[in-house]
Design a protein around this ligand. Structure first.
Ligand SMILES: [Mn+2]
Length: 352
């Protein structure tokens, strides 16, 4: 039997970062189209059930068009059973009318027998955050999957999961949602936990592979594998542009360093010491990269290379500072250079 574990689809996400303004509507559509593509994948690969561990919708009052699309996709996939547990974003009005192949959860710990596998879950609230742990009663001889939504934590609370309280409870696979990157580890001697991550990245803070987890269960044993599935990936690339003499050579070095597919999103962090005016690089390099890539963002963390000769004879505060440090015989050459470099950068308003 095959299952898909997914979470954090965030349908209707405003993708609020200004960076996304240009592509917002298109990316909002791509979130739901990728969800649909996952269902098509499930049909083509003989997947029996899709587990959705929370934050399917971005808000508890989803747009009508997203809600209709989601529930219609479920209704039109009767060969697949959907287990949908709400997270911290999709509380309230996200569940809709009864659909035969849709199983939902609530604040009490509930278990369902699905083709010989026990699938359980509970929506964590302030009221049950501690008590739900004691209501977990899973049989040793069963194959047990538990769905929860929250971050791993050492304290109990809403949106929090304390792994140690789930030790030795006969859990084979803990299907989690809330963290937007795939992450897995062992739970106890018997089971594993996993965050599937989101299906599509929503902002430049969601770099790396996004997708779902495919579970293959044979004779009660669960094999799990992360399947990268997003239409687009966000890559963060740090480029040291030290030694480049002008924007042309800086652009060239950056472009040669960005090797990801052009359909993807790129976040470039510029580092190093440059001797030319790099203040316009953020804006111009972004436009330059947007010629090739779907969308880019540039953060300039370069610092200005100091040329001491420029200050030696200067009748300025900087000149005075350079001369007084240079003439201080109590300092080694190395110390002088360090102090002058830091001091000048501070005087020029750069972070030191
Ligand atoms: Mn969440």
């Amino acid at each position: 039997m095959k299952l898909i574990h997914a979470a954090d689809i965030h349908l209707g996400s405003p993708l609020s970062a200004a960076l996304f303004l240009e592509k917002r509507t298109e990316r909002q559509n791509e979130l739901i189209f990728t969800f649909n593509r996952m269902i098509e994948y499930a049909k083509q690969n003989g997947v029996d059930a899709v587990l959705l561990s929370g934050d399917v919708f971005d808000s508890n009052t989803p747009f009508k068009k997203h809600k209709e699309f989601f529930y219609s996709a479920i209704k039109n996939s009767p060969e697949i059973t959907f287990f949908y547990l709400r997270g911290n974003h999709d509380t309230g009005a996200c569940y809709t009318e009864d659909i035969e192949n849709l199983i939902t959860f609530d604040e009490s710990f509930k278990s369902f027998d699905f083709k010989g596998v026990t699938i359980s879950g509970c929506e964590i609230t302030d009221a049950n955050a501690l008590s739900f742990y004691s209501s977990i009663d899973l049989k040793k001889e069963d194959t047990n999957i538990v769905m929860l939504h929250g971050a791993l934590s050492s304290s109990v609370g809403k949106d929090k999961i304390v792994l140690s309280k789930l030790y030795d409870r006969n859990i084979d696979y803990l299907a989690l949602g809330h963290i937007h990157s795939f992450e897995t580890g062992s739970l106890d001697l018997r089971g594993v936990y996993a965050y599937s991550g989101c299906l599509e990245p929503r902002g430049f803070d969601e770099c790396g592979s996004k997708g779902f987890v495919l579970l293959d269960i044979q004779n009660g044993k669960i094999q799990s594998e992360f399947v990268p599935f997003s239409k687009r990936t966000i890559h963060e690339i740090t480029v040291d542009i030290s030694g480049t003499s002008d924007s042309y050579s800086a652009f060239k070095r950056v472009r040669e360093s960005v090797l990801c597919p052009v359909k993807d999103l790129v976040r470039v962090i510029l580092e190093g010491e440059v001797s030319f005016d790099a203040s316009f690089l953020e804006r111009d390099l972004k436009d330059f990269l947007n010629m090739d890539f779907y969308l880019s963002s540039v953060k300039n963390k370069t610092t200005t290379k100091i040329n001491l000769d420029d200050f030696k004879d200067s009748l300025s505060l900087k000149g005075e500072f350079v001369r007084s440090v240079s003439e201080n015989n109590a300092l080694s050459e190395n110390e002088k250079n360090k102090i002058i470099s830091l001091g000048l950068k501070a005087l020029m308003g750069e972070e030191v």
